[in-house]
Design a protein around this ligand. Structure first.
Ligand code: UGA
Ligand code: MN
Length: 312
């Protein structure tokens, strides 16, 4: 009797161990690697299109959150939270924090104070992660988030954003044929752009960096500035990131196809062409070979841009 009991205890214990490790294995497979997080920063304010836009963005993030740790930082440009947005965020079940940062004295730029408030919060957090700025009028493919999660410590990246620029997208034009060789260096030689005199021709939704970059240089605060020229918020913050000594990386997937669109409900005045599949190889094929062939919407990249390594 005692023997039978101890045997069954043994069987139960063994089953328990198998169950525990089997389950934790399953959980490991389903849950994001490590305890890093993708911080998605969204400034928002009350306008007609914002609720529907937040539904779209939020549902994509909800799907992404099944694979990747996300903390969605939604920053209301007002003195009070909007109850409708609070309810929407609760319904979506995306891990989030919703707080206010009311722009004091409207400058030329939008969302600056809200994004900086979120950066303050991220910098105070012990949890490391990747910082990404998704405005409330952005549409994303959920896979974007798991790609972003791969950006290593002390690194930053850029990638194209749809609906902007003459060729229907704005961002780097990169030959990815050597991307599987992680020791290979990649260079941005050209940009698809509409304000082409910038060092970094990317939309706000076309850049990301690891949170460790925020404290990489004790001299430099990585924040957006109202002093930036119109259209220069992104390039100016990326120049600051470069100055910290952060490593530049590129993701093959994020440059081979468009994963995010800005203002997707309204065609931009400058976009003249687009490719229906949003794969960037067609843009690569149109790429001018010499400076004389440069037309509107393309520019050569500055030689002083850093070379990148490929994110595995
Ligand atoms: C463009 C860029 O896409 C922005 O990322 C950048 O902040 C802006 O230029 C700039 O340089 O100021 P654009 O599409 O013209 O932005 O502007 P909006 O989409 O109207 O605003 C950008 C973000 O700021 C949105 O998430 C919006 O909800 C938010 N915003 C806008 C506020 O928080 N407060 C406002 O008063 C206006
Ligand atoms: Mn916008």
């Amino acid at each position: 009797m005692a023997r039978a009991a101890s045997r069954s205890v043994g069987i139960v214990a063994a089953l328990g161990i198998v169950y525990f490790f089997g389950l934790s294995g399953l959980l490991r497979a389903a849950a994001p690697a490590g305890n890093s997080v993708v911080y998605v920063v969204t400034p928002t304010h009350d306008r007609l299109t914002r609720f529907a836009a937040l539904v779209s963005l939020g549902q994509a993030l909800a799907l992404a959150a099944t694979r990747t740790n996300i903390l969605w930082l939604v920053v209301e440009d007002a003195d009070e939270l909007d109850p409708a947005v609070s309810r929407l965020l609760a319904d979506l079940r995306v891990p989030h924090e919703y707080f206010t940062s009311h722009t004091s004295g409207k400058g030329e730029h939008r969302g600056v104070q809200q994004r900086n408030a979120a950066l303050d919060l991220i910098q105070q957090r012990a949890q490391a992660g990747v910082v990404y700025f998704a405005d409330d009028d952005n549409t994303i493919r959920s896979e974007l988030v798991s790609r972003l999660a791969r950006i290593p410590r002390d690194s930053f990246t850029v990638f194209p954003v749809g609906n902007q620029g003459y060729f229907g997208l704005e961002g780097p034009v990169v030959d990815t044929s050597h991307a599987t060789d992680t020791s290979a260096q990649a260079r941005i030689v050209q940009w698809c752009c509409d304000l082409c005199r910038r060092r970094w021709n990317v939309d706000m939704a076309g850049l990301a960096f690891h949170s460790s970059v925020l404290t990489l240089s004790p001299r430099l605060a990585i924040r957006f500035s109202h002093e930036s020229e119109p259209g220069f918020l992104e390039t100016d913050v990326l120049s600051l990131v470069e100055d910290t000594g952060a490593q530049f990386v590129l993701s093959q997937q994020l440059v081979d196809a468009v994963y995010v669109w800005h203002d997707s409900t309204a065609p931009t005045a400058v976009a003249a062409f687009y490719d229906a599949d949003w794969v960037t190889s067609a843009v690569l094929a149109r790429r001018p070979e010499s400076k004389e062939q440069i037309v509107r919407g393309f520019s050569w990249a500055q030689d002083s841009l850093p070379s990148a390594t490929w994110v595995p």
